[in-house]
Ligand binder design. Structure first.
Ligand code: EPZ
Length: 463
C-alpha cells in the first residue's frame, strides 16, 4: 500500500514511459513475424510480464535485453492455447487471437475475465474474424478458432459504444494475411492502433488509412520481423499533467506526443491550467483556481476513458459544478465512493457523475479498484491535506512504471509500505476518545426524549 503525505506542489521534470496499450498488441503481433522482433520503449509493467508469460506458453521466446529492449521470436508454432490461468490476469491477452489465426490458422484463447470498469465483451472481435473466414465456437469459457485460408472481406466493426481498440488490433493482425482486400470500417483510430499498424507495415504488411475509421488492407503471404520503438504513453502523460494541475505545481513533462493529447490539453486549458508545448515536451503550470468543466470520455480523438477517473479527481477541487460522462465504459465510476471518503462531493447519475467542487480534499484510507481508479486516488492523495493510505496499489503497477518514484522526484512524499497496522499513519487512526460511543454530557444538552407508551400519553387504543 501507499502512504501519501499530501499538500505538496509537484515541481520539476518527469518523463513519460512507453505506451502499455501499444506495447501489448505489438508484442502479441510478434507472433506473425518470421525471425526476431526487437521492441524498444516497452515499459516494465505487470501487464507486460503477464503477456510475456502468455506468449511463452504459445511457443515464443520473450527476453528483456540489458538495454531494456524486448526480443521476441517463435520457437514452437504448434502451441495455440492461451490458458485461462494466464488470460484471467489480464484481459488484453485476447490480443493474441488475431495473430494466432493469421499466422497459425488456429487458436484456443480463454474468454477474458470480468473487469471493474464494466462489461468487456469481444463479440466485435469474433464478428471480424468470422468475416475473414474463421470458424469460431465458444465452449467451456474458451474461444476455439480455426481457419484454412483467410479471405479478405468488408467488415464493419462499430459497436454500441463506438469502435473497439483491441478488436481492431485483432482483426488487423488476421487481415494482413487474408487473400485479397479487406476493409475495416468503424475501425479504432487510437494512436496505439496506429502504432501497431506501423509495426505491421514495417514488417511488409499493406495497411492504408491508419488513424482513420476506414482501413484498407491488402493481404500478403509473409511478414519479416523488424525493430520497433513503442510510442509514448498518452495516458501516463495525461496523468502527470493532471497531477501538476491538482497539486498547484509546475511540471515539465518530457517524451510525449502533443497531438495524442489534444482533447486532454484543451480540457485542462479550459479549466485554467497553463500548458506550453515544445516539440515532445509540455510545461504545465497550475492556476490559483481551477474552473469547473463538463467532460465526456469518447473514442479517440475524444478525451480518453482511461483519463476519466483522473479528471474526476481534478474536478473535485475545481470551483463550480462539473458533469463527467463516460460514453465508452458507462459504469467506470468505482473511484467515486473512494474520492468521497476524501471529502469529494460527487453524485452518480447513470452514465454520468455530477461533481460539486470543494476547496481541498482531506487525507483518508482508500482502496484502489482498477488501474485508472488507483491513479485517480493517488492524484487526490497528492492534492489532499494530510496523510492518505491507498490499498491494493497492485492495480497501479499493472499500468504505470513505478509512478510513485517519478512523483517523489518532483516533490511528492509517497511511501510504498507493507499493509499492516504499524504502517498505518497515526494521523489516520482514531483516538481512544473517538473510538468510544458518544457519551451524552447531561450538563449542557437537553435529556433525550422519553418515549411514552400510548397509555402514559393518553392516546386512544388502536380500534
Ligand atoms: C482498450 O480496451 C484499452 N486496453 C483500455 O485501456 C481502454 O479503456 C479501451 O481500449 C478504450 O479506449 C488496451 O488497449 C489493452 P474497446 P478494449 O474494445 O480494447 C465495447 C487501461 O486502463 N465492446 O475499445 O478492451 C466495450 O464494452 C485499459 O489501460 C463491445 O461491445 O476496449 C466498451 O464499452 C482499460 N464489443 C467499448 O466497446 C467488443 O467486441 C470500447 O471497448 C469490444 C468492445
Amino acid at each position: 500500500m501507499f502512504v501519501v503525505r499530501g499538500g505538496r506542489p509537484l515541481r520539476g521534470r518527469v518523463s513519460v514511459s512507453g505506451a502499455k496499450n501499444a506495447a501489448l498488441p505489438i508484442m502479441a503481433a510478434a507472433l506473425v513475424a518470421n525471425g526476431t522482433s526487437v521492441l524498444h520503449g516497452v515499459p516494465d509493467l505487470v501487464d507486460v510480464t503477464t503477456l510475456s508469460s502468455v506468449l511463452r506458453s504459445l511457443g515464443m521466446n520473450v527476453d528483456r535485453r540489458p538495454d531494456g529492449a524486448i526480443a521476441l521470436s517463435t520457437c514452437d508454432e504448434q502451441r495455440c492455447l492461451a490458458d485461462y490461468e494466464l488470460v484471467r490476469r489480464m484481459r488484453a491477452s485476447v490480443c493474441v487471437l488475431g495473430p494466432l489465426l493469421g499466422r497459425r490458422g488456429r487458436a484456443c484463447v480463454s474468454l477474458p475475465g470480468g473487469c471493474n470498469i464494466g462489461h468487456r465483451p469481444i463479440d466485435l472481435h469474433l464478428k471480424g474474424l468470422r468475416a475473414l473466414g474463421a470458424k469460431i465456437t465458444i465452449d467451456r469459457g474458451y474461444v476455439f478458432a480455426r481457419v484454412d485460408r483467410l479471405v479478405g472481406a468488408d467488415i464493419y466493426l462499430g459497436g454500441s459504444f463506438g469502435s473497439t481498440v483491441t478488436g481492431t488490433c485483432n482483426v488487423m493482425c488476421a487481415a494482413v494475411f487474408a487473400k485479397g482486400i479487406t476493409t475495416i470500417s468503424a475501425a479504432a483510430c487510437e494512436p496505439e492502433v496506429v502504432d501497431l499498424g506501423n509495426y505491421l507495415n514495417a514488417m511488409g504488411a499493406k495497411i492504408e488509412g491508419l488513424g482513420t475509421p476506414l482501413l484498407r488492407i491488402e493481404g500478403v503471404d509473409d511478414l519479416n520481423a523488424v525493430e520497433h520503438t513503442v510510442i509514448p504513453d498518452r495516458i501516463e502523460a495525461a496523468t502527470m499533467l493532471i497531477a501538476a494541475a491538482m497539486t498547484g505545481g509546475r511540471l515539465q513533462v518530457d517524451n510525449l506526443v502533443p497531438a495524442h493529447l489534444a482533447g486532454v490539453i484543451d480540457a485542462l486549458r479550459m479549466m485554467g491550467v497553463m500548458i506550453e508545448i515544445h516539440d515532445h515536451t509540455a510545461i504545465v503550470t497550475a492556476p490559483d483556481t481551477l474552473r469547473a468543466l463538463d467532460i465526456t470520455a469518447l473514442p479517440y480523438p475524444g478525451i480518453p476513458t482511461d483519463v476519466q477517473a483522473q479528471f474526476t479527481a481534478l474536478l473535485s477541487i475545481a470551483e463550480g459544478i462539473s458533469v463527467v460522462t463516460d460514453k465508452v465504459f458507462p459504469d467506470r465510476f468505482m473511484h467515486i465512493p473512494e474520492l468521497m471518503r476524501m471529502g469529494a462531493n460527487v453524485r452518480r447519475e447513470g452514465a454520468c457523475s455530477i461533481i460539486a467542487g470543494i476547496k481541498t480534499l482531506s487525507g483518508a484510507c482508500v482502496m484502489a479498484s482498477d488501474l485508472r481508479a488507483s491513479a485517480a486516488l493517488l492524484l487526490a492523495a497528492l492534492a489532499a491535506d494530510g496523510e492518505s493510505v491507498i490499498r491494493r496499489v497492485y492495480h497501479l503497477d499493472r499500468g504505470y512504471e513505478r509512478l510513485e518514484l517519478k512523483f517523489n522526484k518532483v516533490g511528492a512524499d509517497i511511501a510504498r509500505v507493507v499493509d499492516q497496522p504499524e504502517t498505518m499513519p497515526a494521523s489516520l487512526q482514531l483516538s481512544e476518545e473517538e473510538q468510544q460511543p458518544l457519551a451524552v454530557d447531561s450538563s449542557d444538552s437537553p435529556p433525550p426524549p422519553k418515549f411514552l407508551s400510548r397509555r402514559e400519553s393518553g392516546q386512544p387504543k388502536f380500534k
